[in-house]
Design a protein around this ligand. Structure first.
Ligand SMILES: [Zn+2]
Length: 288
């Protein structure tokens, strides 16, 4: 069933777990996430990021996401991930999305605050909830490619006092915090600062904290983050990698001259993504 971001985060709060939030920029990932959630009977967030528009337009995948959520027998929030403009947020709300993230992390604090307030007003009239971001999680590919790794200079940690003011003035439902995770593949092992999460929770009266860049974080660090107050974990890169590896494996398994069928490669990718999502969902629900 289709539920709002705030409703699904209340379920997480009750059980002191985190809800997995997976990107669906193609039908294979969408099927993988729904099948995983239904088999495990766990609530799930399915999301689409504005930067994935070149892969598939929101106009095309959005209605499929919303309809699939309505038909599902587990609670599903359909969420817009990293919405960069208010126009794009409006588009998602018009399609029936029940959660939107406004990403004003590249703007000044005041500009981010003003735009987030507008996003909250728009979402409120559509009956949806809002996630916003304070601090910056860094950009993919800013480290060195030889594996030695360098600190990502676009990463700015969230200040708990600023978070308190931001949450109070905007009335958002969830806050994406920067406490050591990065988008994409980690070049060095992530070092997470759980005190940031605890302090943000304490100073905001318990806002659900969102972790971005969940791919590559250890099981132990997921557990500690959830204990500190993370209630939504964005996870996509490793799921996408699992799908890609399975498709490559299918191609390698063929003998010389055998035809390569795209439908077979996509099915192999879907099944591998489903297994990877199930593993992540179990960790986020503290089942393993
Ligand atoms: Zn993100």
């Amino acid at each position: 069933m289709l539920v709002t971001l705030s409703e699904i985060l209340s379920l997480a709060e009750e059980k002191k777990i985190a809800i997995g939030s997976f990107n669906a920029p193609n039908l294979e990932s969408l099927q993988a996430v729904f099948e995983a959630a239904e088999e495990l009977e766990l609530p799930v967030i399915i999301q689409f990021a504005q930067c994935h528009e070149p892969w598939i337009p929101l106009d095309l995948i959005g209605p499929i996401m919303v309809e699939s959520a309505k038909k599902s027998n587990v609670p599903v929030c359909v969420h817009l991930d990293h919405g960069e403009t208010l126009e794009y947020l409006k588009k998602a709300l018009d399609l029936g999305f029940t959660g939107i993230m406004y990403d004003g992390s590249a703007l000044s604090f005041e500009e981010n605050l003003e735009n987030t307030k507008k996003a909250v007003a728009m979402a409120f009239s559509a009956g949806a909830s809002v996630e916003a971001e304070l601090g910056s999680m860094g950009k993919r590919g800013t480290g060195s490619e030889d594996g030695s790794g360098v600190e990502d200079k676009t990463k700015i940690y969230t200040d708990p006092d600023m978070a308190a003011r931001f949450v109070k003035e905007t009335g958002i439902d969830a806050l994406a915090c920067s406490f050591g995770t990065t988008h994409g593949i980690y070049l060095t092992e992530p070092k997470l600062d759980f005190d940031i999460v605890r302090n943000v929770r304490e100073k905001t009266g318990g806002i659900p904290v969102v972790m971005h860049g969940g791919s590559g974080v250890s099981g132990e660090d997921f557990r500690k983050s959830i204990e500190a107050g993370v209630r939504k974990i964005n996870y996509f890169t490793y799921m996408d990698k699992a799908g890609g590896s399975a498709a490559a494996e299918y191609v390698r398994s063929l003998s010389d001259g055998e035809p390569v069928f795209f439908s077979s490669a996509s099915m192999a990718a879907r099944d591998a993504m489903k297994e990877d999502v199930k593993k992540a969902m179990k960790q986020f629900a503290l089942l393993e």
